[in-house]
Structure formats: C-alpha cells, structure tokens
Design a protein around this ligand. Structure first.
Ligand SMILES: [Zn+2]
Length: 337
C-alpha cells in the first residue's frame, strides 16, 4: 500500500471494534525481525463519516493520549454511525519515552510529513499516516499540548477552510469542541501545502481537520483532560456520529489570531509577569530574566512587541537565547461587550 513497509494488524474496512498495532519494521541487534508497535483502534458501524483522532504526535503531550485511549475503551461500535480511527501514541517511540521527539532517530513527527516510505522510523510513520490513514478520513483531529516546555490553555487550532462548506464544517467542529480559545490561522493550509505538519498532511488529502493544544508542562491537568473528552464527544455528536449523546449548552470560544512569540536573547531564569489570558499591550513589561550566577547584575526586563492576550507561556524557568517565553494573540474579531 503506497510503497509503505508498515503493516496494520487492524483491518480498517472491518465493522466492529478492533485494536492492534501498526508494525513499523525495526531490525536491530536485539531483534532481527522486530517492529515498533504503534497502537491503533478502529471502531466502525454502518454509514457515516470517518474521523481520525491522533495524539502522541509529540510524545510529551499527555492529555490527548489519555483522552483518545478513554474513547477507545468506552465507545462501542453500536454507539457509532461511521468510523473512528484512533492513534493514541502516533509517534510511539517518542510517547513511550515521554519526549517530544523520537529517541530512535530524533524525529519530530509533526515536522516530517509527508515522510518517506523507506526513510527513518519517524519518516515512515509520517508517510503511513499521510498516504494510508488520511485517505480513509473525512475529518481529522490532532491533539497536542505545550509539551514539557510550554503551557497552553485548552484551545483549538484551525484554518479558514478551502470552501464555504469546509469553513462551515470547521466552525461547527470548533463550536462543538467548545474550548475556551480558538487559534484561527489567517492563511496557509491549502491543498498544495508543502508544510510538514499533520495538519498539512490532512489538507493535502482534502480532510477537514483541526488541532487542539491541551495544557502541557509535562503534566496532566484533570480539568483540561475532562474538557477535551467532553469536547470530543460533542464533536462526534455534531458530525452525526454519536446520535444518542445529548450535548449540553456550549460555553463559547474566543477566536484569536496569534501575533507572535516573545523570545529570550540571554540565558537565565525566566520570571513571567503575565498569566495566560491576561491582556498585554505593546511595550508592557511581561517578564524578567534573572542571572543568579552574577547576583549583582540586574535582571533583564522583557517587554512585549505585541498587543493582545497571553495565550501560551514557557513552563521551564531556564532559558537560553532563542527560547519562546510567551505567545501573544489578539481577538480575531471584535468581542461583544
Ligand atoms: Zn505538539
């Protein structure tokens, strides 16, 4: 299939609930005929759309991995109209190690699409997802978080859509997911995208797709996990895939455009002076970088070149030149008062 060397233990055409592994061949000293097990679940029943939900694209982002495995365990095929394909730890070596990238080849899966059929292990996974899984899907959700180094409030990320129909579907998914924030991309994401993310892989395949950032800081935040699971059920219902679910009233989503990140230019310890969701104006002091190794030196004062709200902040205190400390986003449209 598409030149891939990966085989699936799960038959994606079979009705019912099936789980197993994508076998990624990995012939090494201790296992000549060995393979890396990427867990996969297919739940299929009758007519309806096919929804792909992935997590563990970055291995140190945990809320999505738990939310997807909870879905795999709790939903039965009789609950569903259509098909869910679940990849709870899509970059399995990274997820097993609790690292953003694979410890085997340093591969950052979300920078390696469309991958290569006979490339590195991570490139082979990217190639399989782009060329075998994505063509099966009508919709895709890729669950992330800030990982070890960043913390995001629950927020959905989406493009504008390539047609009126797709734009409406994206808004329907956003409203159903009902996360507090949505990061709406102003451009990009076309069918001919040459970007290297799972989102671009979905766009190249004509799959209507969103991402979500769900916490981070290398931990699991229980209320964010609950919110993610709740949102996924609501999305399934909104796509007519979970007919018996009774969604509650949406709390509402604030749409934002990201203005940019604020980066460290010196090494030291970052003290944030803004919390997530706090308003930030241009030139305002948003943090300090301290230098306890030269205790007499004054901390560096960090000001914002952007206006908006703090959407994301660095979780680790230590910074070096080039580290993002805060990300600022502004309202995508005027807010009702
Ligand atoms: Zn990520």
């Amino acid at each position: 299939m598409a030149g891939t060397l990966i085989t699936s233990e799960v038959d994606f055409e079979a009705s019912g609930k099936h789980s197993g592994f994508l076998r990624v061949p990995h012939s090494v000293h201790r296992s000549a005929y060995g393979w890396i097990p990427v867990p996969v679940v297919s739940i299929k029943n009758g007519d309806g759309p096919t929804l792909l939900i992935m997590a563990g694209n970055h291995g140190d982002e945990y809320e999505g991995q738990i939310a997807v495995s909870n879905l795999a365990r709790k939903l039965e095929h009789a609950d569903l109209s259509g098909q869910m394909i679940l990849l709870p730890m899509v970059n399995f070596p990274a997820a097993q190690a609790g690292l953003r990238t694979s410890p085997i080849d340093d591969g950052n899966l979300n920078r390696l699409f469309p991958g290569r059929a006979t490339g590195s292990l991570t490139e082979m996974i990217a190639h399989y997802v782009e060329n075998v899984i994505m063509p099966l899907a009508d919709y895709a959700i890729d669950l992330h978080s800030g990982g070890s180094s960043l913390f995001y409030p629950p927020n959905l990320l989406r493009g504008q859509g390539h047609s009126l129909e797709e734009s409406e579907a994206l808004v329907r998914i956003q409203n159903a997911f009902d996360l507090p924030y949505a990061w709406v991309f102003k451009s990009g994401g076309g069918r001919t995208s040459t970007a290297h993310t799972a989102m671009s892989a979905a766009n190249r395949n004509g799959v209507i797709n969103v991402m979500a950032e769900l916490g981070g800081d290398g931990e699991v935040t229980p209320d964010i996990l609950l919110r993610a699971e709740h949102g996924l059920h609501r999305v399934l219902h909104a796509l007519d895939m979970l007919p018996s679910y009774r969604p509650d009233t949406a709390q509402g989503t604030r749409e934002l455009n990201v203005q940019g990140s604020i980066f460290a230019y010196t090494a030291g310890l970052f003290e944030p002076l803004k919390s997530i969701g706090e308003e930030v104006s241009i030139g305002e002091v948003v943090g300090r970088i301290h230098h306890p190794d030269t205790a007499q030196s004054e901390p560096e004062i960090i000001t914002s070149p952007h206006e908006g709200v703090a959407l994301c902040r660095r979780a680790m205190a230590q910074v070096v030149c080039g580290d993002a400390m805060l990300q600022i986003a502004s309202d995508a449209r005027p807010r009702a008062v």
